[in-house]
Design a protein around this ligand. Sequence first.
Ligand code: 6PG
Length: 247
Amino acid sequence: MSEPKLIILNDAHELYVRAAEETAHIAGESICTHGEFTFCLSGGSTPAATYDLLATRFHLSVDWKEVQFYWGDERCVPPDNAESNYAMANRTMLSKLALRPEQVHRMRGEDPPAKAAAAYEDELRKQFGLGDGEFPRFDLVMLGLGDNRHTASLFPGDPAIHETQRMVVAVEVAAEPPRRLSFTPPVINNAQRVMFLVSGQGKAAAVKDVLEGPRDPDKFPAQIVAPRDGEIIWLLDKAAASLLSPR
Ligand code: 6PG
């Protein structure tokens, strides 16, 4: 695993723009290299502005017809629910792009969680041509960081942090809505690139713990993210990076 690459931006707006720039660059490289860009989206609120920039200012920078959209986690709610990660991505980006329906691989949050998790694993096997025990290799997995140190829907103390076989699991978390679907570490850590987007003073302690604290993924789940053969990029604004040791 390569050392995490930290990019610290002056403020949230610069962070959002840089995240869009990095994503457009990775998309172009992926499409040139193997004909498509497999893009695993993060949920939460931080990526929303970057998604909007990708669909507007950076619209012409990406060959969108070659992009395949996936999610690293989803809330167990219908796709038109305000809490849905799909709904946020659709509102800010997907609805502004002339995509074919088969480019968008939504986790079915409206279905019973265990069934939705199994169905998404089937979708991954089909789309990536996976054999038994194989994991998809995403060109980019975008992630956020919760102030409780979670990422995707891998929350502190959840056994899913140590999952080694399953690709997608249904979890109950200490947040609203509590029932969620999440990629497991083997999927995230098989990515070509993982990019964390973290903004704001409220995340500074979490960033400090994850990047400079003692290794304890049960307390700091984002520490489990360590791509086996890939790059990890942390895009931080100065506020989120404010407690890090000088580098
Ligand atoms: C989710 C996300 C989650 C998110 C963090 C940060 O479904 O909520 O996948 O992991 O990235 O909670 O959320 P914010 O960007 O809203 O701070």
